[in-house]
Design a protein around this ligand. Structure first.
Ligand SMILES: Cc1ncc(COP(=O)(O)O)c(C=O)c1O
Length: 415
């Protein structure tokens, strides 16, 4: 149930925070990557203009560069309720899982088990499956063949005393359905195993609280939450310390930022991450009369408005798609904010998915199609031509009612 006290997003104000060119068409590929607001762009340019040196303590400009990066890192940690030392900023989520799988493997033995949800994007699947080469056993956590949902009860028969980790998405990038991360994590912990949760499709839509949810590893990508192309890996401190060094031999076990990021830091991009909280702050200051001081509480208040706005639009899209008898909507047939985010995937009887985005593009509506790297999942729900895949329309909080009306009217003609 939506809280009636949540303020409505002032769409003109929200949109004024982005370059004007963003609004020349109706954009529905936000799950591919979100728009980037001016505060993030400003931080990148300021960093590159003013601090063109290797960051470090040795002279004032270097110290300033370091301070910008440290500030971003601390703000991202605070935004998700973590300590700074528990958050790694990496080149991407795919990279984070790859490094994590290799860093955890040495602690596991032949015959130990990893459960991998078939609902995953390949980023949280392939790196775990590859550990079979080292004697690990992989068990699939299947999805419902029609709805695609992930049933936590199925875990009861999969978890054993040999289970070491369960890898699953907080939200599928195809379904938009929100998995009950706390219930699943509790079950997995009761069995003595760890969770690795892919939150890439969740993070643009709801606030995160890694401590309250008792997560072990939690990942998302900044380019889906209004930032640059980088990944965020949260891990409980002791687990990160125990993970094996994947970098140069001289990094200590507690030098998490270096030992688990052999790529090294992308300075200007890290510095720009502070722009994400600048942006959330601007939205908070504009909309909220009682401004929370704590950064996580502030982000949570902004995301309440985002959830409300997106749910209103989601209801309209679901209502429309439900009237189309030749359409298979894969995912919840509701717009309810506690059940789904506003990402919609569907197939159309006797029509290739690839035919639809060009028809929409001709009317300045941006859609996409394919398997979106969730190929195993599409096959599991009976989509045999996974390359053609589904048509996906994904919204963000800056999507307007006009955009949605345009989408519906285009689809009405095309379907
Ligand atoms: C659900 C999900 N997980 C993981 C990824 C991979 O993220 P990255 O591009 O940062 O590796 C994506 C990218 O689209 C995604 O949608």
């Amino acid at each position: 149930m939506m809280n009636s006290k949540v303020a409505a997003l002032d769409m003109a104000f929200v949109r004024a925070q982005y370059p004007e060119t963003c609004w020349e068409w109706s954009f529905f590929d936000n799950a591919g990557g979100s728009y980037v607001p001016n505060p993030v762009i400003d931080r990148i340019t300021t960093y590159m203009r003013e601090t063109q040196v290797q960051p470090g303590p040795h002279f004032p400009v270097a110290a300033q560069a370091q301070a910008h990066m440290d500030d971003s890192h601390a703000r991202m940690a605070a935004m998700i309720g973590a300590d700074k030392g528990e958050v790694l900023i990496t080149p991407s989520t795919s990279y984070s899982v790859y490094i994590l799988a290799n860093a955890l493997r040495p602690a596991w033995s032949d015959g130990d088990e990893i459960i991998v949800a078939v609902q995953n994007h390949e980023a949280n699947s392939g790196p775990w499956r590859r550990l079979q080469e080292f004697g690990l056993k992989i068990l699939d956590w299947p999805v419902h063949p029609e709805t695609g949902s992930l049933d936590p009860r199925l875990l009861d028969s999969l978890l054993t005393e040999r289970t070491r980790l369960v890898a699953f998405p907080h939200v599928s990038n195809i379904l938009g359905e929100i998995n009950d991360v706390t219930e699943i994590t509790r079950k997995v912990h009761d069995a003595g195993a760890l969770v690795c949760v892919d939150a890439v499709a969740f993070a643009p839509h709801r606030a995160i609280d890694v401590k309250a949810w008792d997560l072990d590893f939690y990942l998302f990508s900044f380019y889906k939450i209004f930032g640059p192309h980088m990944g965020c890996l949260y891990g409980k401190k002791d687990l990160l310390i125990d993970a094996e060094n994947q970098g140069h031999y001289f990094f200590d076990d507690d030098d998490i930022a270096h030992k688990l990021n052999p790529a090294g830091p992308q300075h200007e991009m890290i510095a720009s991450l502070a722009g994400i909280t600048d942006y959330l702050d601007v939205l908070a200051e504009h909309h909220l009369s009682n401004l929370p001081y704590d950064p996580r509480a502030r982000a949570a208040a902004v995301f309440d408005m985002i959830a409300q706005h997106e749910a209103t639009l989601a209801h309209k899209i679901v209502e429309f798609l439900n009237t189309k008898r030749n359409v298979r909507l894969i995912g919840p047939t509701t717009g309810a904010a506690d059940q789904r985010v506003a990402t919609f995937s569907f197939t159309v009887d006797k029509q290739k998915s690839a035919e639809i985005p060009p028809l929409a593009a001709a009317e300045w509506v941006g859609l996409s199609n394919g398997h979106f790297y969730a190929k195993r999942f599409l096959e599991a729900v009976g989509i045999s031509d996974a390359d053609d895949g589904v048509v996906r329309a994904s919204l963000a909080h800056y999507t307007s009612e006009d955009d949605v009306e345009k989408l519906i009217s285009v689809l009405d003609r095309v379907l």
